[in-house]
Design a protein around this ligand. Structure first.
Ligand SMILES: *Cc1c(COP(=O)(O)O)cnc(C)c1O
Length: 387
C-alpha cells in the first residue's frame, strides 16, 4: 500500500513526548519530560466524578456542555477577570483545550489563510493548522533579560493580507513566559489594526509565580469581540487525564467553533464536567496552594540545574524550566536528550522540536517541575554527575 497518511499530516510522526517517555521507561530514567503532575487533584473534586457516575450521569450531555459547568465557567471569568460571558451562547465545553484549539482553527481558518503563533509553540498548534489547510507563521520568542519575549517589529512584519488569526499562549509552554501588559497591548493593537482573530490558550492561567498576574487578552479594549478564549481543567486541578476544557467567545465565534466541535466529538464526557463544576466553585483555595507549591518546586529545580552547570531561565508561570546547555559543552539539545538517559538517567525535552526554525532553539532543553520534591532532588543529583 502507498503511504496511507494524508500528505498534510506527514510531517507529524510520533510526538517527542511518546519518544522520550518510552525512553524513560526503557532505561528506568526519571521523566522530567512530559508535563503531567505526579500527585492527584483535590480529593473532593475526584469524589464528585465517582459520585456522578454512580448517580447515573452516563449519557450524552448537551452539545455545548452541562449547563451547570457553563455557568461555573462564566462565574469564574467574571470573578477573576471582570469578563462577562453568557453561559447560554458564549461558553462551549470541549474535550480539553486541545479540542478547543483544533475546533477553533478548523472553524475559523480557510485553506491558504495564515495563522501566527509564537515559537517554540505547543505541538498541537502546527498539527491543527495543517489539518485546516492554513499555514503557520512562526514568530520567535528569544531570551532577553532572563526571559523569553518577542520583538514587536518582527510580529508586525509577520502579518500579511492573508493573516487570519494569531494564537497566543500565555502563560507560555514551553518557555514559562507570562506576557506583560505591554506585550499584550502590542498584540491587541495589531489584532484591531489588521482585523485578526485572537485564539488564546490560557490553560496555565492559575499557575503563575512571584505575584506575576495572568492578564487575558480579551480584557483589552476592543478585544473581547475578536478573541476566542480557551482554558481547561487539566493544569488548574492536576487532572490532565480528564480532558475537560472550554471556549469563551461572543456568539458568532463560539457558534462557529461549536459547529465544528459537534462533528469532532459532539460533546465532552459527563462525569468530568460535573466534577469540574464543583472544582471551579469550591477548590480555588486548593489551586492557590498548588501554585505556591509549584513555585517552591520551580526554585528547587532551578537551583539544582544551575548547580549542575546549566544556564537556567526563570519561568513566571507553567510547569517548565527552560535551560541553555552550552555552558555544559553541548550544542544540540536533541542529541543531548537522547543521550541523557544513558549519561545521567534523566529524561528531558529538546525545545527545538517546538520550532519552525529548529536552529533557533537547538541549544535549549526543557525540564518539568510538576513532580514530587524527592523526584526533583534525585534528578538533580543525577544531573550533577554529568561530565
Ligand atoms: C497541556 C496543554 C494543552 C492541552 O490541554 P488539555 O486540556 O489537556 O487538552 C494546551 N495548551 C498548552 C500550552 C498545554 O500545555
Amino acid at each position: 500500500m502507498t503511504e496511507p497518511l494524508v500528505s498534510r499530516m506527514r510531517a507529524f510522526g510520533t510526538t517527542i513526548f511518546a519518544e522520550m517517555s518510552a525512553l524513560a521507561v526503557r532505561t528506568g530514567s526519571i521523566n522530567l519530560g512530559q508535563g503531567f503532575p505526579d500527585t492527584d487533584g483535590p480529593a473532593a473534586m475526584l469524589d464528585r466524578a465517582v459520585e456522578a457516575i454512580a448517580a447515573g450521569a452516563n449519557q450524552y450531555p448537551p452539545g455545548p456542555g452541562v449547563p451547570d459547568l457553563r455557568h461555573a465557567v462564566s462565574e469564574h471569568r467574571s470573578a477573576h477577570y471582570g469578563l462577562d460571558y453568557d453561559p447560554d451562547g458564549e461558553v462551549l465545553v470541549t474535550v480539553g483545550a486541545t479540542e478547543a484549539i483544533a475546533a477553533s482553527v478548523l472553524a475559523l481558518c480557510e485553506a491558504g489563510d495564515e495563522v501566527i503563533a509564537f515559537e517554540p509553540y505547543y505541538d498541537s498548534y502546527a498539527a491543527s493548522i495543517a489539518l485546516s489547510g492554513a499555514r503557520l507563521v512562526a514568530v520567535t520568542l528569544r531570551p532577553a533579560d532572563g526571559r523569553f519575549t518577542f520583538d514587536p517589529d518582527e510580529l508586525r512584519a509577520a502579518v500579511t493580507p492573508r493573516t487570519r488569526a494569531i494564537l497566543v499562549n500565555s502563560p507560555h509552554n514551553p518557555t514559562g513566559t507570562v506576557f506583560t501588559r505591554a506585550e499584550l497591548a502590542v498584540i491587541a493593537e495589531l489584532c484591531q489594526e489588521r482585523d485578526l482573530i485572537a485564539i488564546t490558550d490560557e490553560v496555565y492561567e492559575h499557575l503563575t509565580f512571584d505575584g506575576v498576574e495572568h492578564i487575558p487578552l480579551a480584557t483589552f479594549p476592543g478585544m473581547r469581540e475578536r478573541t476566542v478564549m480557551i482554558s481547561s481543567a487539566g493544569k488548574t486541578f492536576s487532572v490532565t487525564g480528564w480532558k475537560t476544557g472550554w471556549v469563551c467567545a461572543p456568539p458568532p465565534l463560539v457558534g462557529a467553533v461549536q459547529t465544528v466541535k459537534q462533528f469532532l466529538t459532539f460533546t465532552a464526557s459527563a462525569p468530568w464536567q460535573l466534577a469540574v463544576t464543583y472544582g471551579l466553585r469550591h477548590e480555588l483555595d486548593w489551586v492557590a496552594a498548588l501554585r505556591s507549591g509549584l513555585q517552591d518546586k520551580r526554585d528547587r529545580l532551578m537551583e539544582g540545574l544551575t548547580s549542575a552547570g546549566f544556564e537556567v531561565f526563570r519561568p513566571s508561570g507553567t510547569y517548565f524550566v527552560q535551560t541553555d546547555i552550552r555552558p555544559l559543552g553541548f550544542t544540540d539539545g536533541l542529541e543531548l536528550t537522547r543521550k541523557l538517559p544513558a549519561l545521567a538517567g534523566v529524561v528531558a525535552i529538546p525545545t527545538q522540536v517546538f520550532y519552525d526554525h529548529p536552529e533557533r532553539g537547538a541549544h535549549f532543553v526543557r525540564f518539568a517541575f510538576c513532580k514530587k520534591d524527592e523526584v526533583i532532588d534525585e534528578a538533580v543529583a543525577r544531573l550533577k554527575r554529568l561530565p
